[in-house]
Design a binder for this molecule. Structure first.
Ligand code: SF4
Length: 378
């Protein structure tokens, strides 16, 4: 039994009607519920009824819940792009194997240079990112890379191709703390339309990855959908089911959620269901109300102004000064970026903006103990 089996019980397109049919009393019930929320509550929180009549209340409640649980601290992390080599054919991504450009896999020396540059920027919470290429950026590569990066990282995260449970367990021994694997879209038919080739075309293999991570005892698992790719009502409700499932089956695993919105990349794929700024604000508040303990992360895909607006609502981790090109910290303009950075402020500028709003940027030892529920932080 995995989340694939669980999700197979649902007709996902029915989530559109579920969200659209939520009434004022459904929203009020979701806002007043104590303890675990249901997917019906979540549908109410992301509904148009909630956006038109309850957004202010939702934002205030999300702010209070976040401060009560996480205080004023924001974890600062930085992505390290190891490779832009990818065997997959995701129609919305600049790294797709369908696009022709110079491919790079960083050597250990280049990685060390990147880590040094990232440490100089103040970062110890490092996120390793790569395209998916088993042969040149697979387990043998990761076995060599992690010991190098670990010298510079007090918290080490990965966002690479899905692996086997035993492989995650092995990387955990090498210092891996957290892994993010975003489903992009939970809708199986649409998933097939936008993942044309490579291992990522295997919907089930990807969907079951958080199960394998939980079984391997990885401390934190990041899940999410690429907003705008398919209908956001469907993907967000399926993601809520995923969170409920993970909480139920892997209670020791922390969960983080990201809100990537589809942005322009090489290949020119346009969002089919765009998510507006007001909608994303509502979505962030909805997640916080749905589950007070979620780690909520926002990347530099979003603009400076909008990130500053979202920050107090529920965000617990963010990046600043990011490069999405392999080698981009030590050597600017090193290779093609995966997507366009929208908040191009320096780290100092972001930290100053945070401090002026009363937040503290945490760069060192972004230990999950900091954010653990009291019952676990022993
Ligand atoms: S989204 Fe990831 S897997 Fe898909 S083409 Fe881009 S880098 Fe490769």
């Amino acid at each position: 039994m995995s989340f694939y089996d669980e999700l197979s019980k649902y007709d996902l397109d029915k989530f559109k009607a579920l969200v659209d049919s939520r009434s004022a009393s459904d929203v009020e019930q979701a806002l007043s519920r104590k303890g675990l929320h249901t997917v019906e509550d979540f549908a109410a929180l992301i509904s148009e009824e909630a956006r038109h009549h309850y957004l202010k209340d939702m934002v205030q409640m999300a702010m209070q819940l976040t401060r009560r649980r996480f205080g004023q601290c924001i974890n600062m992390y930085l992505p390290l792009y190891l490779s832009n080599l990818c065997n997959n054919q995701c129609v919305y991504c600049g790294f797709s194997s369908l696009n022709k450009f110079k491919r790079v896999v960083l050597t250990l020396e280049e990685i060390e240079e990147e880590c040094q540059a990232m440490n100089q920027m103040g970062y110890e919470n490092l996120l390793l990112v790569s395209g998916e290429n088993e042969r040149r950026a697979g387990m043998p590569y990761f076995r060599e890379v992690l010991p190098v990066v670990k010298k510079y990282a007090s918290y080490l995260q990965m966002e690479v191709q899905p692996l086997e449970s035993e492989e995650y367990a092995e990387l955990r021994e090498l210092g891996l703390d957290a892994v993010s694997v975003y489903q992009e879209t939970y809708h199986p038919d649409f998933y097939s339309k936008v993942h044309l080739g490579g291992r990522k075309a295997d919907y089930r293999w990807r969907l079951e990855t958080p199960d394998r991570l939980g079984q391997a005892g990885i401390d934190k698992v990041g899940v999410g959908a690429l907003l705008g790719l398919y209908d956001w009502r469907v993907d967000l409700c399926a993601l809520a089911l995923h969170v409920l499932y993970l909480r139920d089956h892997y209670w020791q695993t922390q969960i983080s959620i990201s809100f990537p919105r589809l942005r322009p990349a090489q290949g020119g794929f346009e969002p089919t269901s765009p998510v507006s700024d007001a909608k994303l604000l509502q979505i962030v508040a909805a997640w916080r109300i749905f589950d007070n303990e979620l780690d909520l992360t926002i990347s530099t895909r979003e603009s400076a102004e909008f990130r500053d607006l979202l920050l107090p609502v529920g965000i617990t981790a963010l990046s600043a000064g990011s490069s999405t090109a392999p080698g981009g910290y030590a050597h600017q303009g090193a290779a093609l970026d995966q997507w366009t950075v929208n908040d191009a402020r320096s780290v100092d500028q972001v930290v100053k903006a945070m401090e002026s709003s009363g937040f503290e940027a945490v760069f060192h030892n972004a230990s999950t103990t900091y954010f653990k529920p009291l019952s676990q932080a022993v």
